[in-house]
Design a binder for this molecule. Sequence first.
Ligand SMILES: C[S@@+](CC[C@H](N)C(=O)[O-])C[C@H]1O[C@@H](n2cnc3c(N)ncnc32)[C@H](O)[C@@H]1O
Length: 283
Amino acid sequence: MSSIRNALNHAAITLATRHKGAMLESEVLLAYALEKSRTWLHTWPERELTKAQLARFNALVERRLQGEPSAYITGEREFWSLSLEVTPDTLIPRPDTELLVELALEHIPRDEVFNIADLGTGTGAIALAIATERPRSHIFAVDYSADALAVAERNRTRHGLDNVTLRRGDWLTPLNELTFQVIVSNPPYIREDDSHLNQGDLPFEPRRALVAADNGLEDIRKIVADSRAQLAPNGSLLIEHGFDQAAAVTQLFKEHDYTNVTAHRDLSGQPRVVSGQYNSQIK
Ligand SMILES: C[S@@+](CC[C@H](N)C(=O)[O-])C[C@H]1O[C@@H](n2cnc3c(N)ncnc32)[C@H](O)[C@@H]1O
């Protein structure tokens, strides 16, 4: 027999040998094993676990010890206060990407009807976050992966967001009849030889969600070039990139005649998003 508190402490000590944030991970896994919330665990720390509950929890901890991301074990990850289904077909949404959402929202007035594109939507994280904050706008979300789009569709339905349309295809190709006031993207941007690909959760995530050719810049280059034809006059493009790519991405925006090109830093001071505007009318 073991109390909730003891089971959590024991698992956290074990997980700490491999992972950061071991107590949080333990709580997430025990809450999932018991089908309760983390708040419930905090409310009942002395409650004894049954043998079956403890065995279930220990099996989950063992999977995590083997490296499997806890979001894939539980099938859930929170992003922008939205609980999202996550599968091995999708990237696990990162807290860092909330910066891209915050910046995009600054370009989308609450009371106007804007067309927004989210390129490479994965779980739908960015599109759904924007859709909840800007219910009058319509968000068109694209992914090349049919399996990822199926997850995004279930997340769209789960949150009842009728102002999101999902389309399958290569970046802007499935949206070619539309123009957008704002285009956002968190595309693959990791170099093929980057050693981070062997670390943390990354070996478990879809390679096509992570890796891009040309020093990680191939997809960003294409999106910067092709967005020009589909941005409304003075429309904005915002792209997330790797912490060491701000200069290269800024340069790409400028080479393609975007104006007001700005590199934005996250809370830890790393530049992670470049934005710019394009006005086809003055070309
Ligand atoms: C870094 S993940 C971002 C996922 C999600 N937007 C997020 O922030 O959590 C990049 C996404 O781009 C998609 N992708 C890769 N190549 C693509 C392409 N040529 N056209 C459209 N989507 C693509 C991947 O399937 C993946 O879902």
